[in-house]
Design a protein around this ligand. Structure first.
Ligand code: ATP
Ligand code: MG
Length: 444
């Protein structure tokens, strides 16, 4: 892709309306454009990153046997009246009337709709467990939308739902999602800590929020530092080992402010290990038993002829919020360098030719390199503008492709000036560059 032909509207300076670095950078390099309060269009750069995050989230859901569906954004109020949440949800719910005067709404979450889908078809315990998920836009009429796409009104979320025959099986499902979340965030190069949380309007009795540490986060957290050392790996999706994994985390006091209890904190965590800071909620999982299945009458036949309301859980990841969360975690604001994780970078590499007005040879070289990279599945962007080298480098440092090739007058023969963004250059040939990048991409 040539920068001159791409839709990447870069601003010279930080937009003054943005208060946190993710919002600043996203506006600065044209990843998003606000269309109205808390509602954004996603421009090519931002959309590419979000799609890559979505892909990773999807792969990790598929790995635990969750099945993807797609529910609509617009729902009927009927099912929400059945669950009793139509009144409870309050002003965050965007309510709409259709031309027949029927009450509709733009879904803020999907417990009711998925329960309705489930109960229509699944009748026997033999069909359980069922793990269903979708990745779809949500609308919540937040009282104070802020920080760009971090707290907006329309946002992109992965939400999954589990249906099980009893508590034991339901906890097994819960633990599968627990593990899959740890893996998802790890692939995004984020350290997300599961913290005991309140269940809020979703309701229920077991819940964890996945929080990444960031000064600009809106969740206040109280944690035992040792939780950062818990080894989150584990491929076994086996009941006991999953239970152990969750217990390992639960050994360390780690809660958000809603659950905070000073006495408990001071009793369980010695002074040196106490950490009180802020974080960004990127995921949230709940176990709530028959909270929805009972009022909505979603039951299955058991072996002895009895019936049981299914036990449910729900599991959200803020896919669009993650774009901002990764920036908060990775953007070096002082030096204005954004280094995207290879797994979600908008481009793998940027090519920066030093173009002289009368000599286009470096641009020709750049084009050749570009084609060779493309053949090897490496997605590059060439800054083909006529700006000087330092302003080109500045732009590319903001766009944040993790690798750069610089083509100057001295570039001759096979050796290219190559660098990881923000690091020093080394001279290596194109073949080695391709190998290096593809190896890095494979790791993911
Ligand atoms: P928050 O506490 O941040 O308001 P929530 O607890 O209301 O979030 P959940 O219902 O748990 O949100 O939704 C699952 C995930 O969706 C959250 O973990 C978050 O990543 C994302 N999310 C929720 N609300 C928003 C929003 N207004 N803008 C962007 N992402 C959001
Ligand atoms: Mg939440």
């Amino acid at each position: 892709m040539l920068l001159s032909k791409s839709f990447v509207p870069i601003l010279k300076n930080n937009p003054s309306e943005a208060k946190i670095k993710s919002h600043q950078l996203m506006l600065r390099v044209g990843m998003i454009k606000q269309s109205s309060s808390g509602i954004y269009s996603w421009l090519p750069l931002g959309f590419k990153v979000m799609k890559k995050i979505e892909k990773i989230v999807r792969e990790e859901q598929d790995k635990i046997g969750a099945q993807e569906i797609l529910m609509p954004t617009i729902q009927s109020s009927e099912i929400w009246k059945e669950s009793g949440r139509y009144e409870d949800y309050g002003e965050e719910m965007l309510r709409i009337k259709d031309r027949q005067n029927r009450e509709m709404l733009y879904g803020p979450t999907n417990e009711e709709l998925v329960t309705d889908i489930f109960r229509a078809s699944i009748k026997s315990y033999k069909s359980l467990p069922q793990l269903l998920y979708h990745i779809q836009w949500k609308f919540r009429d937040e009282i104070r939308p802020r920080f760009g796409i971090m707290r907006c009104r329309e946002f992109f979320m992965k939400d999954a739902y589990s249906f099980d025959v009893d508590d034991e099986e339901a906890l097994y499902s819960y633990n599968k999602f627990f593990l899959s979340y740890l893996k998802t965030f790890k692939r995004l190069e984020l350290t997300a800590i599961p913290m005991a949380a309140d269940t809020g309007p979703i309701g229920g009795n077991l819940s964890h929020e996945f929080i990444i540490l960031a000064e600009t986060g809106e969740s206040k957290i109280f944690t035992d530092k040792r939780i950062f050392e818990v080894e989150s790996s584990g491929t076994l999706i086996e009941k006991k080992s999953l239970e152990n994994l969750r217990n390992k985390y639960q050994e360390f006091y780690s809660v958000t402010d809603e659950k905070f209890n000073k006495e408990e904190f001071e009793k369980k965590v010695n002074k040196d290990n106490r950490l009180i800071t802020k974080g960004i909620e990127v995921g949230h999982i709940f176990y709530f038993g028959d909270k929805y299945s009972k009022p909505m009458n979603a039951s299955v036949d058991l072996p002895g002829g009895k019936k049981n309301f299914v036990k449910m859980g729900s599991y959200g990841i803020g896919v669009s919020r993650l774009v901002g969360a990764i920036i908060e975690a990775k953007y070096d604001e002082k030096n204005e360098i954004m280094k995207w994780p290879v797994s979600v970078a908008p481009y793998d590499l940027s090519i920066i030719p030093m173009v002289n007005k009368n000599d286009t040879s470096s641009l020709e070289k750049a084009n050749k390199i570009y084609l060779e990279l493309k053949k090897n599945n490496i997605d590059a962007i060439i800054d083909d503008t006529e700006e000087n080298f330092s302003s080109k480098l500045k732009k590319m440092n903001l766009i944040g492709a993790p690798y750069q090739i610089i083509i100057g007058n001295q570039t001759d023969g096979d050796n290219l000036e190559f660098k990881e963004i923000g690091e020093n250059t080394s001279k290596i040939n194109l073949k080695s560059i391709i190998e290096k990048i593809n190896k890095q991409k494979e790791k993911n």
